[in-house]
Design a protein around this ligand. Structure first.
Ligand code: PDD
Length: 292
């Protein structure tokens, strides 16, 4: 099937979309990105993702005028052309092509890439829950920036896969920060839901923010505070969140069963609340009408 990608103001065949070997995104991972979920043709939390992209650009000092309306148009066009029903939109902005020197070039023209992918939802992992392992957090101290400098995340995820686990939860200074590509949550016996505070040690997930809002609205007790491995292993329930996974139950941490090795009732309720929220997100059609 034909797959169209947007690269620097052009819509082209994905297989023909190329960047220069001199692109700083390629040479230095001097770039930021976003990944936005598309569920039933609905673009989930688009505004929040574009806002975070703006924040990332500012934090890495890439000069870039991000026009939200133009982005909406490009994204809608790609979803339509590529017939995305369930999938995701990937956006990457680099500092562009320049001679390989660490310092910023005096003048540069950023590279913009936007592509889409179809995603098949694996229902089994939601019904059964997943196993995670815990390993040291070997990343830098600006994990709040959504940069493509992801080698520590890649190595951490690979370790999980090699241990037949789904994800790695990363431990820094005795506390679990987050997963290699997701945010980490535990539900304590007092029914308090705990997740790491959004500081430089984690990525402030868009899904995380939405879940916090939904849970607060529904009377849950949320604590944004660090938790350690002992607290995690003694948790009543645990789960992880990300744009591609939504809310996924965690039923084993290292070799400890959580909630008897099955998704717990509170997690199931949170999944339902989030699915409800998703179904109320704007459809592609309503966004198109807004633009027209
Ligand atoms: N990852 N923490 C990390 C390190 C992440 O890479 C991600 C998302 C999250 C969750 O953020 P959000 O809810 O905004 O998706 C937390 C994406 C999905 C990825 O890189 O594939």
């Amino acid at each position: 099937m034909k797959n169209t990608t947007y690269i620097n103001n052009k819509f082209i065949d994905h297989n023909k979309a190329k960047i220069s070997v001199d692109d700083r995104g390629f040479l230095f991972a001097d770039s930021v990105y976003e990944l936005i979920n598309v569920s039933n043709k609905k673009i989930i939390d688009l505004d929040q993702h574009l806002n975070r992209l703006k924040v990332s650009l500012r934090k890495v000092k890439i000069k870039y005028k991000l026009n939200k309306k133009k982005y909406e148009e490009i994204i809608n066009k790609l979803i339509k052309l590529n017939k995305i029903f369930n999938g995701y939109i990937y956006i990457q902005i680099t500092r562009g092509v320049a001679e390989r020197k660490h310092e910023f070039p005096n003048k540069y023209s950023p590279t913009t890439i936007i592509f889409t992918k179809h995603l098949k939802i694996n229902k089994k992992i939601y019904e059964k829950g997943v196993k995670i392992i815990t390993i040291p957090d070997i990343r830098w101290l600006r994990r709040d920036i959504k940069t493509t400098s992801l080698l520590p995340n890649v190595l951490s995820k690979q370790l999980a896969v090699e241990k037949n686990a789904f994800e790695s939860w990363l431990i820094d200074d005795g506390n679990i920060t987050e997963g290699s590509a997701s945010n980490a949550w535990i539900i304590k016996n007092s029914n308090t839901i705990v997740t790491h505070p959004a500081n430089n040690k984690i990525l402030k997930g868009v899904t995380r923010d939405t879940i916090i809002k939904i849970l607060k609205k529904n009377g849950f007790n949320i604590k944004e505070k660090p938790f350690n491995l002992i607290e995690a292993k003694n948790a009543k329930e645990a789960f992880l969140t990300s744009s591609t996974l939504s809310v996924l139950p965690v039923v084993k941490i290292d070799n400890y069963n959580i909630s008897k090795g099955k998704p717990g009732d509170i997690t199931k309720k949170i999944i339902n609340l989030y699915n409800n929220y998703i179904s109320k997100n704007k459809t592609l059609l309503s966004r198109e009408l807004k633009i027209a």
